[in-house]
Design a protein around this ligand. Structure first.
Ligand code: NAD
Ligand code: ZN
Length: 375
């Protein structure tokens, strides 16, 4: 009986493996220090007419800075500052869409997101929801978006998440934290100007950069790995090592981390993330811990799964004298742990990538609880 079941499973996975992914890539990208100055000419051919504005969603950390003066506002373009203190929420997307619809009679020419993963994800989601009905929460999942998004441009100001290149926008909804994964999510244009990342503080530079490093480790050590994701993953991994363990100038370091982020994102597009991400989702859902730091908090305790990756992580952390917070889970009760464990265990593809089809034999609620308790 068991044998028959095994054969059935093998047949199923053989058929599934024929379903190769056919995902979109960012069709246009400009890279270079100072390339932000080209934004005006990049947007011009995409302006539908003078009544259809560009909406710039900008991290409020830039309010009152030189960067804002360089944003090419013309006609009735609108600039909206948004805080990145909390991760993006579906209700925030709905609010922004409502506001833009009530401020203008025309659909905007486009949305331009300027900031880190938080602003990039918000911009992707707003551009989708301007043309699709209902709430952003209705589209959390895979391939639920019906209509083409409005033209959208991503301009990262901190490197690591790969949000600039991915086909998802991760949102906290009323029921779950889940991405809008669709062909319409991917940016139409990305501007990679490493100079924009100049003001990032050291701890944040480490946490967001480590998101990229962890993408590489989880992708390269996963069962979903193929030559496509490996080629991007290895490049991103090497760049992370240069940035965090090498002796680069600040300019070179910013250049290379921006490219690491891009390659790391491309790597997981064709594979998947793993244990740290699954468990970090639990932390984020219950405690609002942000993605980069949440991944670090979990990853430091994953030597059992990623021994070399974790050893290197500690070297990087020590070199840059980063002290991770402690006692994050010390006051939680049994039901809190249960919530985090349920969220984490719900991330099935991540576990399957990390440990293979029979991951449930290794990952039990008790096991996850013992790791969370160390954080
Ligand atoms: P972030 O956007 O949350 O920003 C982190 C902090 O850095 C904020 O305080 C922000 O104001 C500040 N900051 C950004 N640029 C700065 C600059 N140039 N100078 C000074 N301060 C600056 O950080 P993040 O780590 O890039 O993004 C995290 C978000 O990305 C999470 O919401 C996560 O879910 C999402 N994410 C998305 C994907 C995807 O594929 N869509 C992948 C990974 C993570
Ligand atoms: Zn990540």
């Amino acid at each position: 009986m068991q044998l028959k079941k095994d054969i059935a499973i093998k047949k199923k996975s053989a058929t599934q493996s024929l379903g190769y992914r056919n995902f979109p890539m960012v069709p246009r990208v400009v890279f270079g220090r100072g390339s932000f100055n080209q934004l005006s000419e990049i947007l011009m051919p995409n302006r539908k007419h003078s009544d259809a504005p560009f909406i710039f969603l900008v991290d409020d950390v830039f309010e009152g800075t030189e960067l804002v003066k360089r944003i090419p506002l013309i006609f009735n373009d609108q600039l909206i500052f948004i805080s990145a203190d909390e991760e993006p929420k579906t209700e925030q997307v709905d609010y922004l869409v409502k506001r833009i619809r009530s401020d203008f009679t025309e659909l905007p020419s486009g949305i331009v997101g300027i900031g880190g993963g938080t602003l990039l994800d918000l911009s992707k989601a707003v551009s989708i929801m301007l043309t699709n009905r209902g709430s952003a929460a209705d589209y959390q999942g895979w391939d639920l978006v019906q209509k083409k998004a409005v033209y959208h441009v991503g301009i990262p100001t901190i490197s690591g998440t790969g949000a600039e290149v991915s086909r998802t926008t991760v949102l906290l909804g009323p029921k779950m934290k889940l991405g809008i994964n669709s062909d319409n999510t991917t940016f139409n244009q990305v501007v990679l100007d490493p100079d924009l990342a100049q003001g990032v503080d050291k701890a944040q530079w480490f946490y967001t950069g480590m998101d990229c490093y962890i993408h590489c480790i989880e992708s390269l050590n996963g069962t979903y790995l193929n030559a496509f994701s490996q080629s991007y993953g290895e490049k991103a991994f090497d760049l992370c090592k240069e940035v965090y363990l090498g002796d680069l100038s600040p300019e070179e370091s910013r250049d290379k981390l921006m490219m690491a982020s891009w390659h790391g994102g491309m790597s997981i597009a064709y594979s998947q993330v793993g244990v740290a991400h699954a468990m970090s989702y639990g932390l984020s859902y219950l405690l609002g811990v942000k993605h980069g730091i949440g991944n670090c908090l979990v990853f430091q305790h994953l030597e059992e799964f990623y021994p070399e990756g974790v050893a290197l992580f500690h070297l990087m952390r020590e070199k840059h004298q980063i002290e991770l917070p402690t006692g994050v889970c010390s006051n939680l009760d049994a039901s809190d742990f249960e919530t985090m464990i349920n969220v984490a265990m719900g991330m099935e593809p991540l576990w399957e990538n990390a440990l293979g089809q029979h991951w449930r034999k290794v990952i039990t609620p008790e096991k996850l609880k013992s790791i969370y308790k160390k954080i």
